[in-house]
Design a protein. Structure first.
Length: 290
């Protein structure tokens, strides 16, 4: 009997240890997935900011034939950034200009953050080298907030919409992205966040505009039109098809009435002969009474 109890206790202890090890392994795998998702989001955000910073550092203003940098904003975030920059910075002043537009595009998706569904966007980069805008890169479809601000060299004249201020010299960009976290695997994980958020902010100086002056020669080649139309947002649902055209009186044929049918005249009828007279009543013989 004692040996039986010892075996039962050993089985229970072994089962408990196995369940604990499986739980630790599962929690460790989920933590590794969360770390990978967070690192990927940070890397993608940093790559986009590097591209944005490179364009801003080589920005060209009106002194070289470019436009005054301009911002558009709506709903508390930047929706469009437009300016001219060097097409090939390695050529310096010999590089032609390219018009660049950063557009905040609705992805028609959402992410639940703190119990509230937040819309997701992407920031797309479009470049126009005098042949029209084409898509040249951007963020993933996970942007929650995009904010760009222009400042003068002395950090005054903050601009969130409209043309850059006089003595433009500083740019601040803030980008927040969010990705869905791994699904909860146990009841005690109620505090685990269902979204992984990353926010990065940078401040940099448009160096190329600092070294240009009125004596700087204009950029070679044609200056692309920055106001050219942008390509259609690929995430936007297609418009519904137009309704079929309604018939017009000119195109609707008038209903045709069949001609009245005429019955042929019936032939004349022969006159009906009168009925024959009744037969005469027989006369009874004499001496017979009726």
């Amino acid at each position: 009997m004692t040996a039986l109890f010892d075996h039962i206790i050993a089985v229970l202890v072994g089962t408990s240890l196995l369940v604990a090890l499986l739980f630790v392994q599962q929690r460790g795998g989920q933590t590794a997935i969360e770390a990978t998702v967070h690192y990927t989001a940070q890397t993608q955000t940093a790559d986009f900011v590097d591209m944005f910073e490179r364009d801003m550092e080589n920005m060209q203003g009106p002194e070289r034939g470019g436009m005054t940098p301009r911002l558009w904003a709506s709903g508390g975030q930047t929706t469009r950034v437009r300016f001219h920059t060097l097409a090939d910075p390695s050529l310096g002043e010999n590089s032609p200009l390219v018009a660049v537009t950063y557009e905040l595009e609705d992805a028609w998706r959402s992410l639940t953050v703190n119990g509230t569904a937040q819309p997701l966007f992407r920031v797309a980069r479009y470049a126009n080298s005098a042949t029209g805008y084409t898509y040249t890169g951007g963020t993933a479809v996970n942007v929650l907030d995009f904010d760009v601000r222009f400042f003068a060299r002395d950090m005054t004249g903050e601009t969130t919409t409209g043309n850059a201020p006089d003595e433009f010299g500083l740019v601040r960009v803030s980008l927040e992205v969010g990705t869905a976290a791994p699904a909860q695997q146990a009841a005690d994980q109620a505090a685990t966040s269902r979204s992984n958020l990353t926010r990065q902010a940078y401040t940099f100086r448009p160096l190329a505009m600092d070294i240009t002056s009125e004596t700087t020669p204009p950029a070679p080649g044609p200056v692309p039109n920055p106001n050219s139309p942008l390509p259609r947002n690929p995430y936007e649902p297609p418009p519904p098809p137009p309704p079929p055209p309604s018939p017009t009186p000119e195109s609707t044929p008038a209903p045709t009435t069949p001609p009245p049918t005429t019955r042929p005249a019936s032939p004349p009828r022969a006159p009906t002969p009168p009925p024959p007279p009744p037969p005469p009543r027989p006369t009874p013989p004499p001496g017979y009474e009726i």
